[in-house]
Each structure stands twice: as structure tokens, then as C-alpha cells.
Design a protein around this ligand. Structure first.
Ligand code: SF4
Length: 388
């Protein structure tokens, strides 16, 4: 007679054991709640999840992810990318699972689409704010970053970690699609220093294809800037999707209308996930986008993902005198000339951003995995191991 092997818990069952009641919702009536962690503002019936699949209504309360990470990694801050905030700093980066959009070209689909796509399998790892902050300090990190999945939909957990991080003197950041609401931004405001928004297109129809709307994203960009949170924008340039001259011009003009000092990163697409058709972005495409941004009036434009192939577009130059401020190759800071007070060494003009008093070198110019993390459910849970 064969031995009966107990069924392994599903990813859904494991995640449902790692929740707590959320802060970012309201009760609509006895059985319905409305979540406002992201721009979808889902009305959610009893027993149902929201669009993101990770927040759900049970018994008239909204339950949200808590107590795990979907991955942890140490990245150079330039990889997030932030080019005007603490250059060279090590960014201790964590994510959870799930997303409120479903971009076919997602480079983090293993974590972002974990509950939508059966091929996206990522092991959740047991974590606590204290453990994460202790590990970040041990690695020499200057900041903690919520990234890899959409941090807005797991904002309560990120803020619990950021409170601990702030108490330890660390900076904090969100790397996000920007599909926010006024309520979630007020919730984040005291605890988030830096915010990167992925502005994927300037066409509402394109956003619909990705599962969102452009309105909440533009509103988030304006609000973040008005709140004084340091903001950088990234646009992944996808040939034939979002790279027409007209769309790029309108996008850049919008950013200028918020502030010409917002850094804009145009980065190169490479075939991924469900979008194998468009060509990879070429250096000349990035340079064309940068020229459009410059003509619109943006002062700081960077071309990413093609190190050494985009001329001066990896470097920061003074918007007043053109003097070199930071020379980079990929994520590597080769030369640093911003003064202790955050200004140009040649002409004294203040450089917009968040600057350390001193450039203390770079711990790493590429990602690496920090210490040992324990997979929830252990190796027998059926999820591939992630021990480093
Ligand atoms: S985070 Fe967004 S997608 Fe998820 S339940 Fe809340 S409003 Fe809906």
C-alpha cells in the first residue's frame, strides 16, 4: 500500500496566510469594500480579490499582503534608476508578489504576475521589517527600496518596513508604475524619500492595453512633485508601441509642465515575456527620444540599458554651464563633481536632487544577492529554492 503524500499548499494558500487587515480602504456597505491603494479603486465584494489578486475582501474587511518578500537583492541606486539621488549608494531592494497592470513586456513578470500566470512562480520568503533593515545595514545599504512588483498594492507592508528603516537612518524609495490615488500618496508621504514612476506611454489606449488608465498616473506625477518627494521618470522605449515623435513630444511637454528639472530616463527595450515581436531598441532611437525631450525643455535626460553606446546621455551635466557633474558607464559612477552642498563645481548652480555631502565610492555597480533567506513552506513546498 502506497504512502499518502500530503498535498502541497498552493501559492494562493500560502499568500492567504500572510495577510493582515489593510489601512487603505473603506467599507461601502455590509459586504462591499472599496480599496484605494491604486488607481483602480476596486469595489470588492465579499470573498473576492481586487484586480491585483493580492488584496481581498473577507467578512467585510480588506486583507492585504504582509510578512513576506518575493525577492531581495542589493542593487546600485543607478539601476532603479535614480541618477539625482545619492549616487553610488547601495539600494537594498525587496518586492512582494502581484501587480495591478499586466504589461506584456514586464521584466519582473515572475514576481509581478505570480497569481495571474501559472508560469510565473516565485517563492515567497519569510521576512520582518527588523530582519530586512538589519540585513540592509549589514550590506552597507543607504536606502531600502520597494520594487520588483507594484509597491502601491503592497503599500502597508512597505511602510511598516520604511518606518523601521527611517529609525535606523536609512532613506527609502518606491519604484512604481505610478497608478496611485490621493489617499495612498498621503499615506506614503511621511515615509518615502524617492519615487520613480514608469511612465509607459502618453496614450490612454496604450494604457488600456496594459490594464490601466493614464489619468491616475499623470495625477500621481503632479502630486508627488508638489509633495516634494524626489521624483524621476522612466520610459521604456518600445519600437512601434510608444516611440512615435508625437507621443514622445507630448509626454516630454507634460513633464516640463510639472517641472523641467525632473530627470527623464529613456531606456532600451529587449524582447521579454509576452512581447517578443518588436525589435530591440537601438541607440539611435534613444538619442532621438532624448532630442525630443531636450527640445521640449527637459534639462536632465538619460539613455539607459545600452552602456557606452549613447554618447553623453549617461552623464549628468550642469543645466547652466554644461560642466560635467557625474560621469557614468552603465550603473558605474566614473567621476563625481557635485559639491557638498549639491551644486556645480564650475558655476555654483544648484543641481536638483538629493545629494550626500560626500561621494563615498560605490559598493557595487551591479546587483548581488544578500544573505540567506528562508523560503516559506521549505524546499518541499514545490517552489524553487532561493537561498542566496
Ligand atoms: S490595489 Fe488596486 S487593484 Fe488591488 S484591490 Fe486595491 S484598487 Fe484594486
Amino acid at each position: 500500500m502506497g504512502v499518502e503524500v500530503p498535498a502541497l499548499p498552493s501559492l494562493r494558500e500560502i499568500l492567504n496566510q500572510h495577510v493582515r487587515e489593510g489601512d487603505l480602504y473603506e467599507k461601502v456597505d455590509r459586504n462591499r469594500v472599496r480599496c484605494f491603494a491604486c488607481g483602480h479603486c476596486c469595489p470588492i465584494l465579499e470573498g473576492q480579490p481586487g484586480v491585483c489578486k493580492v488584496r481581498y475582501n473577507q467578512g467585510g474587511k480588506l486583507y492585504v499582503p504582509w510578512g513576506y518578500v518575493g525577492g531581495v537583492q542589493c542593487d546600485p541606486i543607478e539601476k532603479k534608476p535614480f541618477f539625482h539621488a545619492y549616487p553610488g549608494a547601495l539600494a537594498y531592494s525587496f518586492g512582494m508578489l502581484g501587480c495591478d497592470l499586466h504589461c506584456g513586456y514586464c521584466q519582473n513578470w515572475v514576481t509581478s504576475q505570480a497569481l495571474r500566470d501559472p508560469n510565473a512562480v516565485s517563492p515567497p520568503l519569510e521576512a520582518s521589517p527588523e530582519l530586512l533593515v538589519r540585513d540592509a545595514l549589514r550590506q552597507g545599504a543607504k536606502l531600502l527600496v520597494s520594487t520588483y512588483n507594484e509597491p502601491l498594492i503592497t503599500a502597508e507592508w512597505a511602510i511598516a518596513i520604511f518606518k523601521e528603516a527611517k529609525a535606523a537612518g536609512l532613506k527609502t524609495a518606491f519604484v512604481s508604475n505610478g497608478n496611485g490615488t490621493p489617499q495612498v500618496l498621503e499615506y506614503l508621504r511621511p515615509w518615502v524619500d524617492l519615487y520613480k514612476v514608469d511612465l509607459k506611454s502618453f496614450d490612454d489606449r496604450h494604457y488600456h492595453e496594459l490594464g490601466g488608465r493614464i489619468g491616475p498616473i499623470l495625477d500621481t506625477i503632479r502630486r508627488l512633485h508638489d509633495m516634494g518627494i524626489w521624483l524621476e521618470i522612466v520610459t521604456l522605449l518600445i519600437p512601434g508601441f510608444n516611440d512615435s515623435d508625437d507621443e514622445l513630444r507630448r509626454l516630454a511637454e507634460f513633464l516640463v509642465s510639472v517641472s523641467p528639472d525632473i530627470p527623464w530616463h529613456v531606456t532600451a527595450f529587449h524582447k521579454d515575456y509576452k512581447m517578443p515581436d518588436p525589435d530591440d531598441t537601438k541607440p539611435k532611437d534613444l538619442m532621438r527620444a532624448a532630442e525630443i525631450g531636450k527640445n521640449a525643455g527637459l534639462r536632465y535626460i538619460y539613455a539607459g540599458n545600452l552602456p557606452g553606446r549613447v554618447g553623453d546621455l549617461e552623464n549628468t551635466r550642469c543645466a547652466n554651464c554644461g560642466g560635467l557633474l557625474i560621469r557614468r558607464y552603465g550603473y558605474f559612477v566614473e567621476e563625481y563633481r557635485v559639491t557638498a552642498s549639491g551644486s556645480c563645481r564650475d558655476c555654483g548652480r544648484v543641481v536638483p536632487g538629493r545629494w550626500a555631502e560626500k561621494f563615498e565610492g560605490q559598493i557595487a555597480d551591479r546587483q548581488f544577492m544578500p544573505g540567506r533567506w528562508v523560503e516559506i513552506g521549505g524546499p518541499a513546498s514545490g517552489f524553487p529554492g532561493l537561498t542566496r
